[in-house]
Every structure is written in C-alpha cells, then in structure tokens.
Design a protein around this ligand. Structure first.
Ligand code: HEC
Ligand code: HEC
Length: 163
C-alpha cells in the first residue's frame, strides 16, 4: 500500500507513540489495582434446587394446556407451537404418534397441518420421501403453547414482517 508522505512517521515519532501507549497501559493497570471493589458474588440456583442427582424432586403442579386454535408465528422460520395437548404422544425409534395425524397421507382425515417440505430434507440437502431423521423428534422443536407469565422479563418483539 502506498502511504502519503504526510503520514509517514519518522522513527522518532514511532518511538513517541510506543512510549505513550505503554504509559497508557501502565495507567490502566494501576487504576485496576487501585479499585478495591470485590467482584460481585453471583448467586446460582438450579431448577433442581440443590437436590442431589441421584434423588428426584416431587413433580411440580403441572398440567397440559387445553386444545385451542393455531397461534400466530413470531417469525417465518419459527417452528409453530403445538396448539393441542400432546400428553401420552410417544415418539420412539419405531413409532411417532405425531405422524399419525401430521403425515401427508393422514392430514385429509385428521385435519392437521401437513409437515412442511423442509421436514423431508436431510442435513446434506437430500430430499427424502418421508420425514428426515433430523426432523423426526418433533418435540425437539415444537412445544405446546402455554399462556403462562414469562419467568424472566424480556423485550422480545415479533418480527416486523409478521406484525
Ligand atoms: C390426533 C391427531 C394429532 C396428533 C396425534 C398430533 N396432532 Fe398436531 N395438530 C392436529 C390438528 C388437527 C392440528 C391443527 C389444528 C388447527 O388447524 O386448528 C394440529 C396442529 C399442530 C401444530 C400447529 C401447526 C400450525 O400451523 O401452527 C403443530 C406444531 C403440531 N400440531 C405438532 C404436533 C406434534 C409435535 C405432535 C406429536 C407430539 C402432534 N402435533 C400430534 C392433530 C394432531
Ligand atoms: C429441527 C426442528 C424441527 C423438528 C425436529 C420438527 N420440526 Fe416441524 N417445523 C420446524 C420449523 C422451523 C417449521 C417452520 C418452517 C418450516 O416449515 O420449516 C416447522 C413447521 C411445521 C409445521 C407447519 C407446517 C406449515 O406448512 O406451516 C408442522 C405441522 C410441523 N412442523 C410438524 C412437525 C412434526 C409432526 C414433526 C415431527 C415429525 C416436526 N414438525 C419436527 C422445525 C422442526
């Protein structure tokens, strides 16, 4: 790269810059050493509430949401939330209850939404004629919808195109 003559630094100037930088670094170090504030203690709490791993907590008061109409999506690529109870729906290596209703051949009868074409693509991009292994375990991405109060406040907003 060509450097305009004006910007060329003489060896003396470079030495000055290096000196200034090292003075600054020393200053920062001293400021840090002078700061007596101890690091804030962070209190960690797990969902297990301290129960040892080889013991179980009693189940929380939990119930499945009732079936309700399909909800709006927050962004186009969002896995839609499940608008019905999935209590007892098994997904195992040999059986997938969700596909009883959501497979293309079943949706006419069940009235369920078809799994979309993205569910047939492998991670290498090959299109299969049945659900791809990477989309087989539905509840990995689709969870039942719940009208619960957020546990932690957040400023999440729906994507502009979906408002
Ligand atoms: C007995 C049939 C049946 C089974 C089994 C079933 N579903 Fe559904 N599902 C439906 C129907 C019907 C709808 C659509 C309701 C509507 O359009 O109002 C639906 C809707 C959905 C939707 C919302 C689609 C959208 O467009 O927003 C998702 C996601 C979904 N189901 C996931 C699942 C998953 C995951 C399982 C398995 C754990 C499952 N379903 C099992 C019948 C079923
Ligand atoms: C790895 C994540 C993932 C898994 C696993 C997965 N899905 Fe999806 N699903 C998505 C995403 C993301 C969308 C929305 C965008 C799209 O269609 O790809 C979607 C969309 C859907 C829709 C709506 C389709 C439409 O046309 O609007 C249904 C119904 C659905 N999934 C059902 C299922 C069922 C049933 C299974 C299990 C056999 C499953 N999904 C597994 C991520 C997943």
């Amino acid at each position: 790269m060509r450097v305009p003559a004006k910007l060329k630094l003489a060896a003396k100037d470079i030495a000055k810059v290096v000196l200034a930088l090292s003075m600054f670094a020393i200053g920062v170090d001293q400021a840090r050493a002078a700061d007596p504030k101890p690091a804030e203690t962070v209190k960690l709490q797990s969902l297990r509430q301290g129960t040892p791993l080889n013991q179980d907590n009693p189940p929380a008061n939990h119930r499945q949401e009732r079936d309700h109409p399909v909800g709006d999506r927050d962004f186009v690529q969002m896995p839609p939330l499940v608008p019905h109870t999935i209590s007892g729906y098994q997904i195992t290596k040999n059986f997938n209850k969700c596909m009883d209703c959501h497979a293309w051949q079943k949706t006419k009868e069940s009235g369920a939404t078809k799994i979309s074409v993205t569910h047939f693509k492998t991670r290498e991009g090959v299109e299969l004629d049945s659900v791809s292994p990477r989309r087989y375990f539905c509840t990995q991405c689709h969870v039942p919808q719940s009208d619960a109060k957020p546990l932690v406040a957040n400023t999440y907003e729906r994507a502009k195109g979906m408002k």
